[in-house]
Design a protein around this ligand. Sequence first.
Ligand code: A3P
Length: 296
Amino acid sequence: MAMTTELGEQKQLKEVAGIPLQATTVDNWSQIQKFEAKPDDLLICTYPKSGTTWIQEIVDMIEHNGDVEKCQQVIIQHRHPFIEWARPPQPSGVEKASAMPSPRILRTHLPTQLLPPSFWENNCKFLYVARNAKDCMVSYYHFQRMNQILPDPGTWEEYFETFISGKVPWGPWFDHVKGWWKIRDRYEILFLFFEDMKRNLKHEIQKVVHFMGKNLDETVLDKIVQETSFEKMKENPLTNRSTVPKSILDQSISPFMRKGTVGDWKNHFTVSQNERFDQIYREKMEGTSIKFCMDL
Ligand code: A3P
């Protein structure tokens, strides 16, 4: 019973400047904002469910020159400290990052306006991966169903409204993507798209290699492409979250590595939901030049 109450409390969201975040993150907010970035930090930035785990595995393999053994020493969640993560009594993301030797690779889901200011002051490198809103919504819906420490998404119809209104953890998809896109030329940002990664993974990996200042030969690149395929990562216990207890991620409800495709939204959106979404999308994304592909 005590356990249920504790989990119930963890599911709560609180807000920072109108952005819903996990309550434990908000409770730790002053520590997060004071985080001291260093000039050689690389920060992986994503809206949730946009391919964070995928890009983490790619970056890790590039860092280790395609050496699978070196990458497969710890589970993916522990490789790159998650800046806003807080779940006492575990060490917070800030504490883990602070204890890490440089050069550090870190990750965040924060929108630009909530990022600890030292990242901008130190001109860090940012690697942003964006995914089209419709697939992101579908993936997030299934993730909230299986994630026992995030709010229950309710029915698909209910979640559709929640997602559009931005009342999901880390706030609205629209502002997140627009915010990072807007500053892409002002800072050292490599902006990638999930859909491009699906279309030509090797090409996108090459961009990351270059961005990280590395030089890898063709054989290594091909190996990274193979190792970071959906099928490989779904089977790999270090990337598929199978080591996370069921009380946190219940994969009998929906697997973490679910489908990994572009266009699964077509299996979820009704015709009228799609029309309504397109209308709202046009309004919310007016004035931005970012273009997404919704189907391959
Ligand atoms: P789906 O739920 O659509 O399958 P994140 O890591 O940001 O939480 O994103 C998870 C999404 O990325 C899931 O999408 C997951 O299947 C997909 N994903 C993870 N690794 C992938 C890979 N190697 N190839 C394609 N999609 C991948």
